[in-house]
Write a protein that binds this ligand. Structure first.
Ligand code: HEC
Length: 173
């Protein structure tokens, strides 16, 4: 085998290893089925409320109802599953069932909700629109990774890895 061929084989092996690695890191891992019935019930309830609050926020933003934006942002923030009255056992069950990255995404999402409330208080429409968009990215990022058992249409979508992962950071528009 020539030196050149050997080199080529090593390069393809490395590329293959890289592919396998990224597939492992970004593989979809549905979390719902691993939750206890109680936790899953709480999460679904939270999600339904969050979606309704997002739709109301949209109407409020585009019509300049700043107080309502602030109030909805706060409500979404407070719906945080970990903030609810979970028993110590529930907390342990949750942590055992979901990957750390899921909890981090949830935390970032709720930080964004706090930013939305702030943008409402400041009557800053530009910041409200930016934050609302970041929140939508966050929904899609989490669902495309952890809810593919239910939202098949989000499987194998490609979008920025930053989605759902950069709350609080300024991004060029
Ligand atoms: C950190 C992860 C995460 C984020 C962020 C997230 N979701 Fe979800 N969402 C889930 C999971 C997990 C489920 C599936 C729950 C189940 O079926 O067990 C779900 C399910 C849902 C559902 C279906 C509820 C039902 O009727 O069963 C809706 C609607 C929803 N999410 C809306 C939203 C919206 C809107 C956002 C953003 C504003 C959002 N979600 C952000 C994790 C997330």
């Amino acid at each position: 085998m020539s030196k050149r061929q050997t080199h080529r084989i090593i390069v393809s092996a490395a590329a293959l290893a890289g592919l396998t690695l990224s597939a492992t890191v970004f593989a979809a891992q549905p979390v719902g089925p691993d939750l206890t019935e109680k936790l899953r019930g709480l999460l679904v309830k939270e999600m339904v409320e969050v979606e309704a609050a997002m739709q109301e926020t949209y109407s409020a933003i585009i019509q300049g109802r700043h107080d309502e934006v602030a109030q909805k942002g706060q409500a979404i923030h407070d719906s945080f599953i970990l903030e609810q009255s979970l028993t110590e056992q529930d907390r342990q069950d949750l942590k055992a069932a979901v990957p750390e990255a899921f909890l981090q995404m949830d935390t970032r999402f709720h930080q964004l909700a706090a930013s939305l409330a702030e943008a409402g208080k400041q009557q800053n429409t530009q910041a409200q629109v930016n934050t609302f968009n970041r929140m939508t990215e966050s929904c899609v990022a989490c669902h495309s990774r952890y809810v593919t058992d239910r939202f098949e249409g989000l499987e194998e979508q490609s979008f920025s890895e930053a989605w759902g992962n950069n709350a609080g950071e300024e991004r060029p528009e």
